[in-house]
Design a protein around this ligand. Sequence first.
Ligand code: PLP
Length: 233
Amino acid sequence: MTDNLVVKNLAEVEKRIRGACERSGRKREEVTLIAVSKTKPVSMIEELLPGGTLDFGENKVQELCSKYEQLPKNIRWHLIGHLQRNKVRYVVDKACMIHSVDSLRLAQAISEEGVKRQLTVPVLIEVNVAGEESKFGVRPKETEELIRKIAELPAISVRGLMTIAPFVEDPEENRAHFANLKKLNVDIKRKSIDNVSMNVLSMGMTGDYEVAIEEGATMVRVGTGIFGERNYS
Ligand SMILES: *Cc1c(COP(=O)(O)O)cnc(C)c1O
């Protein structure tokens, strides 16, 4: 047994992911665990690399870019935080996916940058499932219309939906939100919009990722459960 805390925590999260997959009749390979390393040092990320963890999440462009420079290039960096249009150019070639697109203007900026660099940028549409004032994201009702407009842009590709569910004591309180996002994803997928695949559902964090998996998450974003509490001081 290892005495490394981060590695131990990861093993526990992995066990719970397997449990949630079993309970819901899903295959483990259907779910990607994103280790959310924001505010945590590069040395902690390095502890996870030998075990094969390659998907990491960051919420700030500057921090993602700095870690990108310092770490092996086979790491898949997920930008999970709000993105400002003037920062798009720093991140389009470093993030494997941008999880937080919630406006046409941002999508246009991403596509313009993609055109310049001759790449297609994979993105998720962030949905505000509970209608919380404090959160970014489009309303469920406006999601399809936004996706139809983004689908017209040349160098961006919508792969699915993402949500940050409300902070709750009991994860069961978020089950209906996750189920609703899954349903929205399926509904939009059925429309077979050109250039839109809808195969990714990024939902579930430390407090509720097992419930999210039971409701269909294909990506879970776990920070505290792996790296411990964050210190913002
Ligand atoms: C910080 C963050 C997470 C991880 O949160 P934990 O509760 O620490 O697991 C997941 N998603 C987003 C968008 C985040 O900003």
